[in-house]
Structures are given as C-alpha cells and as structure tokens.
Design a protein around this ligand. Structure first.
Ligand SMILES: [Zn+2]
Length: 345
C-alpha cells in the first residue's frame, strides 16, 4: 500500500514542489567518496560523484539551503539553539583517502563545512571492510584475465556446481555473499587467497583510508570528525554486550586519537535493530557522546538521533547526479514510510 502510494506520488515529487516542506526542517546529506578515478574498493558498492558533479551539487545546495556545522546541529537538537530557515548538514562516512585528496580541498575552496565519520580500525590502513573486499574481488575478476584453474577454485569456494563456471556466474555468486555473515566473509577471504590477494598488501599498496595525521589536518582546517564504529559492523548483527563495547571503543579511539569531547556517533550501515531507548541510555551513561546519526532519509530527528540522505547511487546509474531529485525522492519516501511530513526540527 505504502509502496503504491509512493509510486503514485513520485512523478509529482520535483525538488521545487518538495522544497516548501523542507523549511524549518534539517536536511542532512552524506556520501563516501568523490573522485574522477575508479576506486576498486567501492565501484561495485555505489556510484559516487565525480568532482564536477560534486561541485554542482554543492552550488545547488548553497542556492537552496544554508550549510550548518555539526556543532550547530548538536546545539539545536540538544539545547534548542535555532537553525537557519533551510539548514543543510553535510557529512562523509568511512574516512576514505579521497576525503583529504579530493573532498576537503573542494569544500575549502567553496567555504563549506562538513563532518567526517571515521571507523577506528580503518584509519592508518589497518583494516579493510568486507564490502570493500567484495568490491575489490569483483573488479579484479572482471578486469584480470582469470586463469581457468583460478576460476574453478573460486567457483568451488563460492559453492558453484559447474566445473568451469562462467565469469558472470562467479560475479553473481560474489554479489550474493553477505558482508554481515561470518560464513560469507570467510568465503570472501578464501576466494581472495585463491586469487593471490593479500588484504594487508592491498591496504599497503592502495592506502585507501586516511592516516591519523591527515584526519588531524582536517580538524585543523575547521572540519569536524565523528565516530563510525570500530570495524564497521552493523549494530543489528551485534549482541547487547558487543554493541556497548563497539560504541565505547569507537568513542575511546576518537577521544584518545583526536582529543575530542562531545563525540557524535554514526551507525555503520544503519541503526536498524537499535531502539531510541538504547541510544538514550548510552547518551546518559557516557558524557563524551553527543548525538547519534543514521541513514533513514527524512525520518524525524530528535535530541537522540539525526537521519541523513545518501547521495551515492546504484552502481549502474548513468545519468548525471541530480541532488534535488535525490532529496525530493528521499523526502517522499520518508513522508510515506516514516511519517516524515511531521515537523521534526
Ligand atoms: Zn560506513
């Protein structure tokens, strides 16, 4: 029923029609990478903006909104401090190297604030997320000339019954592996080994993540940092003890590495499975924690959690990035599914 309503309303959801509803409501938008080059770790996860698309997006946002900082957002939701009429908050997750190489220089050029949510174990290239591992292997098997014997052994590891599986079947089997299941992650690692891939060597060669030094430089440049878990595990897949431990270690890391206080925590993947009551308890228990962030588009925000719209698109998206369209569709989705028409600011 709700899906039907959403599809009926979709043709009418242009940005201009939706914009009046965004007045006095926080628009939060986030991504991961901006680059004109292929990033093998994410090319099979999402389509990220080119530098030209990113600049156009920022110009569009500046014309239609007023950028606010993390501290503006926290002060608003925790203490009732006012925000501009059309506030927009920009953030990036995962701490990939493009943050320092591409994103921060463009933001500095345009004078736009942003927050970077960092995953503790990824900083300084000590750990590779399983989503990145899967994307890397998918790209590798599609670009490299795979030897027959390799194809056979990877096919067997992925549970394919054909003795000589076609490349397409191997790719499909990789895509079926869940990065949230330990058995599937083990299969990914075994496949990597069969393909002669050593993850630490990939990390050393590609240096895909920020170093602590680069992240400190972002702070010095006036950007803000937040926590994004210890190893990017989705909280829905952690038990109660591990959730508390992951949150605490993530906050410890940000406090010890960057001397931060009043730390915002952004759930890896999403807050699915975590109640607002649990978040409220954590906020009361740890004074270093300021607020939570998640990914439920325009779902209502409050003093406990702020939701964000993702500007990454499906990997097969070909048309240029249209952030107005993304915001309009996200607002429509939230209005239909999360009661997002309600004033939430
Ligand atoms: Zn993330």
């Amino acid at each position: 029923m709700r899906e039907r309503l959403e599809s009926v309303l979709a043709p009418f959801s242009s940005f201009d029609r939706v914009r009046p509803f965004l007045r006095r409501r926080l628009t939060s938008i986030f991504g991961h990478v901006v680059s004109d080059r292929d990033n093998l770790l994410v090319t099979d996860l999402y389509r990220y903006p080119t530098t030209a698309e990113f600049r156009q997006m920022l110009v569009f946002l500046r014309e239609n909104f007023e950028f606010v900082t993390l501290s503006d957002v926290v002060s608003h939701f925790r203490d009732g401090a006012p925000l501009p009429e059309y506030p927009v908050f920009l953030s990036f997750d995962d701490g990939l190297r493009e943050t320092a190489d591409v994103i921060a220089p463009i933001l500095k050029d345009l004078g736009i604030p942003a927050t970077f949510f960092l995953t503790a174990r990824a900083l300084d290239n000590r750990y590779l997320f399983y989503g990145h591992r899967r994307s890397y292997l998918l790209t590798l098997v599609q670009t490299a000339e795979m030897r027959q014997s390799m194809r056979q052994s990877v096919g067997a590891l992925l549970g394919l019954s054909e003795p000589e599986p076609a490349l397409q079947m191997i790719c499909q089997a990789f895509r079926r592996l869940s990065v949230h299941k330990s058995d599937d992650c083990a299969r990914l690692d075994e496949s990597a080994e069969a393909l002669g891939v050593n993850w630490q060597e990939v990390l050393d060669a590609e240096q895909p993540f920020l170093s602590a030094k680069q992240a400190k430089a972002l702070l010095s440049d006036g950007f803000s940092l937040g926590a994004h878990g210890t190893d990017h595990t989705k909280f829905a897949h952690l038990n109660e003890t591990d959730r508390r431990r992951d949150l605490r270690r993530s906050l410890d890391f940000m406090a010890e590495t960057f001397g931060l206080d009043g730390i915002a925590f952004c759930f890896p993947h999403s807050h699915k499975g975590v109640t607002r009551r649990w978040m409220t308890e954590q906020l009361a228990a740890d004074p270093r924690l300021s607020i939570f962030f998640s990914t439920a588009n325009y779902a209502p925000n409050d003093r406990v959690m702020v939701n964000r719209v993702c500007f990454d698109r499906p990997v097969d998206a070909v048309e240029p990035l249209d952030v107005g369209d993304i915001l309009a569709r996200s607002f429509l989705h939230s209005a239909v599914h999360h009661g997002g028409w309600r004033r939430a600011l």
